[in-house]
Design a binder for this molecule. Structure first.
Ligand code: DC
Length: 208
C-alpha cells in the first residue's frame, strides 16, 4: 500500500505520515528533508539558493545518509529548501530516489508537496493535510523556539505565507491537492485526533 501525504508546512502532514507508517508498518520518507539538505549544501558551497546550476549540482551530489537533521530543521533551511525546490533540475535529480522508495515491496508512506500528483500518482491513498495559516505559524514558531531558535511569531507567519505562495505557484510540480486526494483540515484537531482521522481515512479507502 502506497500512502501519499501532501500539504503545506506545519499542516501536520509529517506527524500524520509518521503515525500512518507506524500504524500500518510501512517505511516512511519525509521528502522535505531532501530539498532542505540541498538548500544547506548550496550554502556550504558558497552559493545562493536562487542559483539553479549550483542547486542542481548539490541535488545530484546529495548523500542521503549524510543529511544533518539539526542543520536542515532551521527556519532558514526551510526558506532555502523552498527556493531550490523551484528549480526543475533539482526536482529531476531527486525524482528517482523518491519513486524507488515508493516502490518498496509492501508499500511506503511519503510526505511532501507533489507526492500524490508527481511522485506516486498511483498511490492507493492520498491525503492533503491543511490548517489555517495562523495555526500553522503558531505550531512552527513553537517548534523553532523549542529548538533554541530566536524568531518572532510574525516572522514565522510571514515566511510561511511566502513559502506557501512559492511552493504553490512554481511551474514544475507545484504544491497541489490531487483530484483523488482526501482533504484533512487539522486546524481544530489535537495531534491524536488528526492521527485517528487519518487512520480512519486510510482504512475506509482500503475497505479495512
Ligand atoms: O515539508 P518541508 O517544510 O520540510 O519542505 C521544505 C520545502 O521543500 C518546501 O517549502 C518545498 C520543498 N518541497 C517540495 O518542493 N516538494 C516536496 N515533495 C517536499 C518539499
Amino acid at each position: 500500500m502506497i500512502i501519499a501525504v501532501d500539504g503545506p508546512l506545519a499542516s501536520g502532514k509529517g506527524t500524520i505520515a509518521r503515525a500512518l507508517a507506524a500504524h500500518f508498518a510501512l517505511p516512511h520518507l519525509d521528502t522535505g528533508t531532501l530539498y532542505r539538505a540541498v538548500g544547506v549544501a548550496v550554502a556550504d558551497a558558497g552559493a545562493q539558493p536562487e542559483n539553479a546550476q549550483a542547486a542542481e549540482a548539490a541535488a545530484r551530489a546529495l548523500d542521503f545518509a549524510a543529511i544533518d537533521e539539526t542543520r536542515i530543521r532551521t527556519a532558514g533551511a526551510g526558506v532555502s529548501a523552498s527556493i531550490v525546490a523551484a528549480h526543475p533540475g533539482v526536482r529531476a535529480a531527486l525524482v528517482a530516489l523518491q519513486r524507488e522508495f515508493a516502490q518498496k515491496p509492501g508499500g511506503a508512506v511519503l510526505d511532501g508537496r507533489d507526492i500524490g500528483t508527481v511522485i506516486a500518482p498511483h498511490a492507493d491513498v492520498k491525503l492533503f493535510v491543511t490548517a489555517s495559516a495562523d495555526v500553522r505559524a503558531a505550531r512552527r514558531h513553537g517548534e523553532l523556539v523549542n529548538r533554541g531558535e530566536q524568531i518572532g511569531f510574525d516572522q514565522v507567519l510571514d515566511q510561511l505565507r511566502q513559502r506557501d505562495a512559492r511552493d504553490a505557484s512554481r511551474a514544475d510540480a507545484p504544491m497541489m491537492k490531487a483530484d483523488d486526494a482526501i482533504e484533512l483540515d487539522t486546524s481544530d484537531l489535537t495531534q491524536g485526533e488528526a492521527i485517528r482521522a487519518a487512520i480512519a481515512i486510510v482504512e475506509k479507502r482500503r475497505g479495512l
